[in-house]
Design a protein around this ligand. Structure first.
Ligand code: HEM
Length: 508
């Protein structure tokens, strides 16, 4: 009995000493300001959807660098260009880690993927493979036909729907699912060399593609903020809302599909010739020939699909919505296309860099509606300073790109859609406009995204007249989700332009 008391007393003394030590350390530190918080859960109840808006109003009160506690996890939120610049220049290496999340642990191969792996040799290796091979300009050049074909198929399907509309040649079309399917097909073909949707796909492949899309949607849904990530003690007691069980189930289903893709390609390689050189630079093919393990390849496919599909589709959907609300800007973009590309042929990827007004439109859409409004969370590997405040090791860093890009101190008339604001500007917009992030963990898919988004928008604007489905402006409210989708999927009235029918639309 005496032993028990000795044990209890020494454990309590230890805890009290630890508490005092922590208190003394934190009182010496100049931590970023924070709102009052509750014990154990910290500020979790304060963080309401849409998170970027909540964090913006908190930064109005607590400043451009402030801190929160998500349960036991310290978080620092950065909402000014100068603080973001500090993060991605002098602190770039220290902040190149990612916080370890349950979703990545269970669904993304124990956080071994390029987007979730901690900063270190394994991440560097995957990053080099991605930027110097898979998404490098020479590889993007070899997959040019994939993108042009998929955009042509999108235009053709819209033309068919519009031209079969009685009398008017004008049809009401739902854009989100079309854009998601196109974007998914482009990336799947670049990964595996195979078309999973449409006439060229067999029924089995189409089924796999549909299952895969479902799995990806579930991964997105389950990757949002999970209380279990911030209250690990609670997680051990209850599986909050059965999330962990669902994650395990989704991980199993996605693994079966991904393994099937790898096995199919492996046997295709064997059948054709064991020793042949990799003639097609498809991603799986390339990774197999470089000797990567199946788990690393599966994680990479999943990451590229998750990171690359919805981001591009959502950007096109937001841009089209903005253009429908600003028909004069749509007309100006059409005039630029007529002038540079003409009306006798469909716009080509090589034309995109000759269309500065279109590029300004895309920049402006990404400024107002960045698909990753808080970028992707970073984590400090060591103590560091941001904006004159101490940021301890192990702090999660959220850069509120959405708030920076709408800050009236940074942009004139920040909530208006004005592509002209970039005209004649010599300065670059780094740290004011950062939809792809900055520094070593910034988006490696920016080149592909610019090509897909630019080419698709150019083709849609060149070939069709677009109108809203009613007098009302298109609703621009944000929904919830990882890639900040529009709350309502975009619907629009679509009609082939007379001048484009004979030479382009009817020949696709
Ligand atoms: C409009 C389209 C896109 C936007 C706005 C976007 C934005 C971003 C952002 C903000 C990050 C995080 C940066 C940070 O942590 O600071 C990121 C990371 C990433 N993106 Fe993109 N992205 C887009 C398209 C793509 C595409 C097409 C791909 C690939 C096919 C891709 C692959 C990735 C990967 C692999 C990462 C993780 C990088 C790492 O952790 O090292 N993204 N993206």
């Amino acid at each position: 009995m005496e032993d028990v008391w000795v044990y209890i007393l020494s454990a309590s003394s230890f805890l009290i000493l630890l508490f005092l030590f922590k208190l003394q350390r934190s009182s010496k530190r100049n931590l970023p300001p924070a709102p009052p918080s509750l014990p154990i859960i910290g500020h979790l109840l304060l963080v309401k959807e849409p998170v970027q808006r909540t964090l913006q109003s908190l930064s109005d009160r607590y400043g451009p660098v402030f801190s929160l506690s998500f349960g036991s996890r310290p978080v620092v939120i950065v909402s000014s260009p100068s603080a973001a610049e500090e993060c991605f220049t002098k602190n770039d290496v220290v902040l190149a880690n990612r916080p370890c999340m349950l979703a990545g642990e269970i669904m993304l191969y124990s956080n071994t993927t390029i987007s979730t792996a901690p900063y270190g040799p394994h991440w560097r290796n995957l990053r080099r493979l991605t930027t110097l091979e898979i998404l490098a300009p020479h590889c993007l050049a070899s997959s040019l036909t994939v993108r042009q074909e998929e955009v042509r198929l999108l235009v053709r399907s819209l033309y068919e729907v519009a031209s079969s509309a009685r009398d008017s040649g004008c049809a009401r079309v739902e854009m989100r699912s079309r854009l998601q399917e196109m974007s998914f097909s482009i990336i799947m073909r670049m990964i595996s060399g195979k078309r999973y949707f449409g006439a060229a796909a067999d029924a089995g492949d189409a089924k796999v593609a549909r299952q895969f899309r479902e799995v990806i949607n579930e991964i997105f849904e389950l990757s949002g903020t999970d209380p279990g990530d911030f209250l690990p003690v609670l997680r051990k007691v209850v599986d909050l809302k059965g999330r962990e069980r669902r994650m395990v189930d989704v991980a199993k289903r996605s693994d079966v599909i991904l393994q099937g893709m790898i096995d199919e390609l492996r046997s295709r390689r064997k059948r054709s010739d064991g020793d042949r050189k990799v003639e097609s630079k498809m991603m799986i093919d390339y990774m197999l020939s470089e000797g990567y393990s199946d788990d690393i390849i599966k994680g990479h496919i999943l990451t590229i699909l998750c990171a690359g599909t919805d981001t591009s589709a959502v950007t096109i959907e937001w841009t089209m919505s903005l253009l429908l609300n600003h028909p004069n800007i749509m007309q100006k973009a059409q005039a630029e296309l007529d002038d540079i590309v003409g009306r006798d042929c469909l716009v080509d990827e090589a034309d995109i860099h000759k269309l500065p007004y279109l590029q300004n439109i895309i920049n402006e859409a990404l400024r107002l509606f960045p698909p990753a409004p808080l970028l992707v969370p970073h984590e400090s590997a060591k103590d560091c300073m941001i904006g004159g405040f101490d940021v301890p090791r192990g702090t999660m860093i959220l850069v509120n790109a959405w708030a920076i890009q709408r800050d009236p101190k940074v942009w004139d008339d920040p909530t208006s859609f004005k592509p002209e604001r970039y005209e004649g500007l010599k300065e670059d917009h780094a740290y004011r406009l950062l939809p792809f992030g900055m520094g070593r963990r910034s988006c490696p898919g920016v080149g592909l995204a610019n090509r897909v988004v630019g080419l698709t928008l150019a083709a849609l604007i060149q070939c069709f007249e677009w109108e809203r489905v009613s007098e009302e402006p298109v609703d621009l409210s944000e929904g919830t989700g990882m890639t900040m989708p529009k709350r309502e999927p975009l619907e629009a009235m679509c009609k082939a332009r007379e001048c484009m029918i004979a030479n382009v639309c009817a020949r696709l």
